[in-house]
Design a protein around this ligand. Structure first.
Ligand SMILES: *[C@@H]1O[C@H](CO)[C@@H](O)[C@H](O)[C@H]1NC(C)=O
Ligand SMILES: *[C@@H]1O[C@H](CO)[C@@H](O)[C@H](O)[C@H]1NC(C)=O
Ligand SMILES: *[C@@H]1O[C@H](CO)[C@@H](O)[C@H](O)[C@H]1NC(C)=O
Ligand SMILES: *[C@@H]1O[C@H](CO)[C@@H](O)[C@H](O)[C@H]1NC(C)=O
Ligand SMILES: *[C@@H]1O[C@H](CO)[C@@H](O)[C@H](O)[C@H]1NC(C)=O
Ligand SMILES: *[C@@H]1O[C@H](CO)[C@@H](O)[C@H](O)[C@H]1NC(C)=O
Length: 939
């Protein structure tokens, strides 16, 4: 246990890879907006790039690449107080009153970055009070920036994992309301294999902790060490023999200096630079290192030592490192213990999960049991405080992308950072879901002097309930906003919008107030809008189509036709009649699928669907032809018919499922699916965007899922780039997400919905691979009433996935889906097909039997797919999934769990996998376990 673990050696091999990566990065000279792969040093408020002659740092200005708000400020006192810090002579400050101003840095998702904000006040604004404000990274406030003295700089440095391809560094006003400013930012990518990846357990996954640099000490050094000695420009503070704040000893302290450090190019792997390791303090007695903090916190400590005494040998120096608050309190150290030839070779000793309590000291003391003529030696030390709480969850991706599109097309780019956290933009209201993921529920841009057209991206806000764009000068027609199923208020009055008021507004299920007055909308008003009951639709005064009637202003109505009286009623009747005549006319033209621009709103078929057609839009056959480029790219084939790739007029990618006329499943399924899909909306269910019903043509238009089906990824040609292999964590997330979709069908819908055809090819994957969605409700039937647990129907479904009880009883229940989902889980674990008669071993033909057999034998290794095995799965997580899968495929429905239970169990499995549930003992000394990856014979 007490065996010292060295990371230096293990780093060597990684170092080579890292060096190569760096060389490539440098030679490809990325543009400013390329993802940061090395370090970026930003001199805030400066106007041009320059290379500092003392630190040799290439400083870049902050605006306009990283920020567009704020003002450049000059700090006259900086050059005399800190002549070596050229970056302190300018600042960017933020006199406007907005709550937050954010820098945006392009990053690689899921990577570790070291981020430092440096602040030298220097009384740049001639204010009589010292400012105070806050610093945030992404959605988390990480520091209260305060000053004791105008002439001393402060810095706050953090190690964080990136979540998306941008990381924000924000400055926020605090209750003092003073003006935030910043002098410099250093932003460094920490490569994989870098020292810090040892703590990825805390940085990533469900923990999402962040680390603040507390101490970075250079024992025996003289003067601050930074760039160019330290590639990341980390600050190493000198600790002299006399510095009793940090170091004391029972015998006199001695300095050791060498310039012979042997070892890797240290700065690259994140070890202290050579200059730091070249000096040390030693003593023949105990050395005590004291941290002057007066509060409790959890931290990481890295202690570095190297033999600097050239006359020393393997038995000269044995000493203990005692770190209170760690499970590995005392560790015996000897610079030679791993390697007989390590004079001047640095060794790092890493501790994490250490509890700091005021008054506890770190002690280095000589080993009394063996001969140790030389006492302990200390070259360098780093500590980081671990955050108590995880980083705040950022706004959900779909909303975040939509708001960026809206900002850039509507000239709102001065609003920076995440829309919701740590504080929302003033024109946005957010709420969080049960997983604490924020989403945008209201946008209020009333009177923001907006011009130009309305961005179609508003349609992507899933939870938007209110959209106010009134009192601007917006023009153009209203974009399609038909996905806003929760939208209650739409305020568009007092703009210059034109075109026809679109009819889909009548079908927004929650819309209760629609204000469009004082615009340039043209006639006719769609009858569907006028006939809709119980809402407030106000279109007067000021739209040309009812000029001369403007005396009837601000009409509030439950039924507009009644309120506006017989005269207008007459006109409207006329309008409606003309509209119908026109439609019938164009309908008759539509025979040969010529240019029918009108949607078949009056189509007789449609009435079957209309009552429940929810957000799904009708499309004409002509529109589908254009969208699919005449059915050019077929992306799949289901029981229903072929599926084609398409792109709608607004750019949205879609999958168009064409009902095969000869298909055994007829128009009933078609209507059924439109009906069912338009009622349900869940992030783990593929959403129906529209449908086409024209003569014999019946098509369903779905959102396009970029990565195809789970089936493709499990069994597809893995050599093609589109079918990348799924590691265990990804599989687990796919299973978890799909289970939530099914659970929603079963428990979130009333009456509940039985999918009836759950299988891997009906689980579709988006670009991120993990947020799987369940597709194809073509076979679904609504169950009726809560008391009825099953319905009888004709047997339909796919061999291998079918509930065995269903064959005999003809009874279909939600438990039939559970059975099928169990089979999917087994495939996810094993990568074996449900029924595979090509296998030599007959027992393995039926996946369920084979897995059940092996699990009974406790032989889980045998069922794991090689890729699952190679991704170092957590065994508890695997067992959890296997167990629930086996329960799901119980022959008798009554023994199977309900979907809610399945979701719960999978959540637990994810917790195991991602280490949310802490192992009982997680304070560790550094050790890397390389798991045996050679597995037993494969099925
Ligand atoms: C992010 O990276 C960490 C460590 O490199 C890894 O453990 C984790 O699985 C990754 N997560 C995602 C979502 O890619
Ligand atoms: C601060 O005072 C100095 C000297 O009076 C003046 O030159 C400078 O412009 C002032 N700076 C600001 C930001 O007001
Ligand atoms: C900032 O100060 C407030 C008030 O003292 C405190 O509650 C909060 O924890 C501090 N935040 C940080 C990141 O230190
Ligand atoms: C001890 O070192 C710390 C950190 O470098 C420094 O802030 C402090 O002023 C030093 N104290 C003395 C007495 O040298
Ligand atoms: C040195 O430290 C060790 C471990 O904390 C302690 O047992 C010993 O008494 C100390 N020696 C002196 C002289 O303080
Ligand atoms: C270096 O080691 C020798 C013995 O090998 C010892 O006599 C000498 O004091 C040591 N020097 C220091 C500075 O520790």
């Amino acid at each position: 246990m007490d065996k010292p673990k060295r990371i230096w050696k293990a780093m060597l091999t990684l170092l080579i890879a890292v060096l190569e990566a760096l060389v490539c990065t440098l030679s490809s000279a990325p543009g400013v907006w390329a993802q940061i792969q090395g370090s970026v040093f930003v001199d805030c408020g400066s106007v041009a790039r320059y290379v500092d002659s003392i630190t040799n740092i290439s400083w870049v200005p902050d605006a306009p690449d990283y920020i567009t708000t704020g003002v450049n400020g000059y700090v006259p006192s900086a050059s005399s107080i800190y002549p070596n810090f050229s970056e302190f002579t300018t600042v960017r400050y933020f006199p406007d009153t907005r709550a937050k101003n954010c820098y945006s840095f392009p990053v690689m998702p899921n990577s570790t970055y070291l981020i430092r904000g440096t602040f030298f006040y220097g009384n740049y604004d001639n204010s009589t009070t010292l400012p105070s404000f806050q610093m945030a990274i992404d959605g988390t406030i990480v520091a209260n920036v305060t000053f004791d003295n105008a002439a001393i700089f402060v810095y706050y440095e953090f190690m964080v994992a990136s979540v998306s391809n941008v990381t924000f560094l924000c400055l926020l006003r605090d209750s003092s309301n003073s003006v935030p400013f910043i002098s410099a930012i250093s932003f460094s990518f920490l490569p994989v294999g870098f020292f810090y990846s040892a703590i990825s357990y805390f940085l990533y996954g469900t923990q999402r902790k962040y680390f603040e640099t507390k101490y970075r000490l250079n024992f025996g050094g003289d003067g601050l060490v930074r760039h160019p000695d330290d590639e990341f420009d980390r600050y190493w503070f000198p600790i002299q023999r006399s510095n009793s704040t940090f170091i004391q000893s029972t015998s006199p302290l001695q300095s050791l200096v060498a310039s012979k450090i042997v070892g890797p190019n240290n700065a690259v792997v994140g070890e202290p630079p050579e200059t730091v390791m070249d000096t040390a303090l030693t003593s023949s007695g105990n050395i005590t290192i004291t941290f002057p903090d007066d509060y409790n916190y959890e931290y990481i400590l890295s202690f570095y030592y190297a033999e600097l005494n050239s006359t020393a040998n393997a038995s000269s120096r044995n000493f203990y490192l005692e770190v209170p608050g760690s499970d590995y309190r005392s560790v015996l150290l000897n610079p030679y213990s791993n390697n007989s030839n390590v004079l001047f070779t640095p060794v790092a000793q890493l501790y994490w999960g250490v509890q700091y309590t005021p008054g506890t000291d770190i002690v280095l003391y000589p080993d009394q049991t063996v001969s140790s003529p030389l006492g302990p030696i200390a070259n360098a030390l780093e500590t980081w405080e671990m955050s108590t709480n995880p980083m705040a969850t950022m706004t959900n991706n779909q909303d975040a992308i939509a708001i960026e599109e809206i900002k850039s097309s509507m000239n709102l780019t001065d609003w920076t950072g995440d829309p919701c956290v740590p504080v929302p933009y003033p024109w946005v209201t957010c709420s969080t879901d049960s997983n604490f993921v924020p989403s945008i529920t209201a946008v209020n841009l009333s009177g923001y002097n907006l011009t130009g057209p309305i961005s179609p991206s508003f349609n992507n806000f899933q939870n938007l309930t209110s959209l106010a764009l009134d009192y601007n000068d917006l023009n153009g027609s209203l974009p399609l906003l038909n996905h806003l199923a929760n939208l209650q208020y739409l305020f568009l009055q007092n703009n210059s919008l034109s075109g026809i008021i679109p009819d889909w507004l009548a079908y927004l299920p929650s819309l209760s107030e629609l204000f469009v007055w004082n615009n340039n909308f043209s006639s006719p008003i769609p009858p569907s809008l006028l006939s809709k009951n119980s809402w407030n639709f106000t279109y007067l005064p000021g739209n040309p189509f009812l000029q001369g009637l403007s005396s009837i202003s601000n009409t509030k109505s439950t039924n507009i036709a009644i309120i506006i009286g017989p005269v207008i009623g007459g006109i409207l009747t006329l309008v409606i009649i003309i509209f119908f005549v026109l439609c019938i006319k164009c309908k008759s033209h539509a025979k040969g699928f010529t240019k029918t621009k009108e949607k078949t709103l009056t189509d007789g078929h449609l009435q079957m669907v209309k009552p429940a057609h929810g957000g799904a839009n009708p499309y004409s056959f002509a529109e589908v032809i254009i969208a699919t480029n005449n059915f050019k790219i077929q992306i799949g084939k289901g029981g229903f018919g072929p599926v084609y790739y398409g792109k709608l007029e607004d750019g949205q990618e879609v999958a168009v499922k064409v009902l095969d006329a000869k298909s055994s499943q007829g128009p009933y399924e078609f209507f059924n699916e439109v009906d069912v899909l338009s009622r349900v909306s869940h992030r783990n269910l593929v959403s129906l965007i529209g449908y086409c019903l024209e003569d014999d043509q019946q098509m369903l238009i779905y959102e396009y899922m970029h990565k195809g089906s789970l089936y493709d990824h499990l069994y597809g040609d893995l050599s093609t780039s589109t079918h990348e292999q799924l590691d265990w964590t990804t599989r687990l997330h796919i299973a978890f997400n799909a289970s939530q979709g099914l659970e929603y069908l079963h428990s979130g819908c009333n009456p509940s919905i039985i999918h009836r055809d759950v299988k891997t090819s009906n689980i579709l994957l988006p670009s991120d691979m993990k947020n799987a969605k369940v597709a194809d409700f073509g076979l679904s039937r609504l169950t009726y009433g809560e008391n009825i647990t099953h319905i009888t129907t004709n047997v339909k479904g796919t061999a291998g996935y079918l509930d065995p009880e269903y064959f005999t009883s003809q009874c279909l229940s939600v438990k039939s889906d559970v059975y099928s989902f169990g089979v999917v889980l087994l495939e996810i674990i094993s990568g074996c097909k449900v029924i595979d008669t090509t296998l030599p071993n007959r027992e393995a033909w039926n996946l369920c039997d084979w897995v059940r057999f092996n699990l009974q034998e406790g032989n889980i290794n045998k069922i794991l797919h090689p890729i699952v095995k190679a991704s170092n799965p957590n065994l508890d997580a695997i067992w959890k999934v296997a167990e629930i899968a086996i329960q799901c495929v119980e022959p008798k429905a009554i023994h199977r769990p309900i979907m809610t239970k399945v979701v719960e169990e999978l959540r637990v499995a994810i917790t195991f996998q991602e280490g949310n549930a802490l192992p009982s003992n997680y304070s560790h000394s550094m050790t890397y376990e390389i798991k045996n990856q050679s597995g037993p014979k494969w099925c």
